[in-house]
Design a binder for this molecule. Structure first.
Ligand SMILES: Nc1ncnc2c1ncn2[C@@H]1O[C@H](COP(=O)(O)OP(=O)(O)OP(=O)(O)O)[C@@H](O)[C@H]1O
Length: 301
């Protein structure tokens, strides 16, 4: 496969739900490896994922998945795996049985299923759960099973919508590592509103808000934009509201009457503060702070 075909190209993409303009002239190229799509609830991430997975039709623009236009839905589906936000499958089936059933539905031969399913269940660390009913799996196990079924037909592209919400920290790390492993030979798109998911796994990212693309590039370049604009200071609790009026706070830690605040400042602040290295959540908030009506409702975990 030619290099330029191992990518997703999106040009001037628009999507409306009635009068709601959910994706606004989106232009973006997604290369192979792990790609993170970050944005608040309602940013348009799910809509974009569904257009890429051919589950929703766009109104205008061009989208190609590894060289195939999304209009050719059957071809795109052959090379694409999708794990939706609200994934659930046959609760009364055993793990192996459910995989086998889904494999049969997507046209895989008995022999192929027999070869692939044990390999995949091992990959997602469910090799000891063949007979466990799907309904009895933990949230993390269910998501891992979701990944196994999404890559059963060996897609070149894997699209995963908000995969770590509701998982405990250990499962989240395990899940991210699994995606990274899968991304070694594929395009994996991970959509999330959790900054930590992106920070830990994705080199290339895009940031969306209200249907628009705010950033696309590497995490390193994003952090570079915020360099010299992040500070910490210790202030007394009574000064907190004034601090909030003057600066965008990216985190705070209360200890007795004191609060350690981390904040953004274009110029060196007038109060006693120490400059510090930006993190992804600082950079995200920096990008968003000029937006009208901005509120700090991104989960910074
Ligand atoms: N079927 C629909 N009909 C009308 N509006 C919709 C529909 N689906 C989504 N929207 C709206 O489109 C916008 C983008 O929604 P979308 O679900 O793509 O966002 P998101 O970034 O995935 O957020 P979330 O994480 O909450 O799903 C939101 O304002 C949402 O209310």
């Amino acid at each position: 496969m030619r290099k330029n075909q191992m990518e997703i190209r999106i040009k001037d993409l628009d999507k409306y739900y009635g009068r709601k303009h959910a994706l606004k002239h989106l232009t973006l190229t997604i290369p192979s490896g792990m790609f993170g799509l970050l944005g608040r609830n309602g940013a348009g991430k799910t809509t974009l994922m569904k257009v890429l997975a051919t589950l929703l039709k766009k109104q205008s623009g061009e989208v190609t998945i590894c060289g195939i236009p999304v209009e050719e839905a059957a071809k795109v589906r052959r090379i694409t795996g999708y794990l939706p936000q609200d994934f659930s499958m046959y609760p009364n089936m055993g793990v192996y049985e459910a995989m086998d059933y889904l494999g049969a539905l997507s046209g895989l031969s008995r022999q192929t299923r027999k070869e692939r399913i044990p390999v995949l269940l091992k990959k997602v660390n469910l090799q000891d759960e063949y007979r466990t009913k799907v309904r009895a799996l933990s949230g993390g196990m269910k998501r891992r099973l979701g990944i196994a079924q999404a890559i059963l037909h060996e897609p070149k592209v894997l699209i995963v919508d908000e995969p770590t919400a509701g998982l405990d920290p250990e499962e989240r790390v395990r899940f991210r590592n699994l995606l990274c492993e899968i991304a070694e030979e594929r395009i994996v798109i991970l959509s999330t509103h959790i900054v930590g998911d992106i920070e830990a796994t994705c080199e290339q990212i895009a940031i969306m808000d209200e249907g628009e693309l705010y950033y696309s590039g590497t995490v390193t370049e994003l952090l570079e934009m915020t360099k010299g604009k992040v500070y910490t200071a210790q202030i007394s609790r009574k000064d907190l509201s004034r601090m909030k009026e003057n600066y965008t706070l990216t985190s705070m830690l209360t200890q007795g009457n004191n609060v350690t605040v981390r904040f953004l400042a274009e110029q060196p602040p007038k109060i006693r503060a120490t400059a510090c290295e930006p993190q992804v959540e600082d950079a995200y908030l920096y990008l968003m702070q000029e937006k009208e009506g901005f509120s700090h409702d991104l989960d910074v975990v």
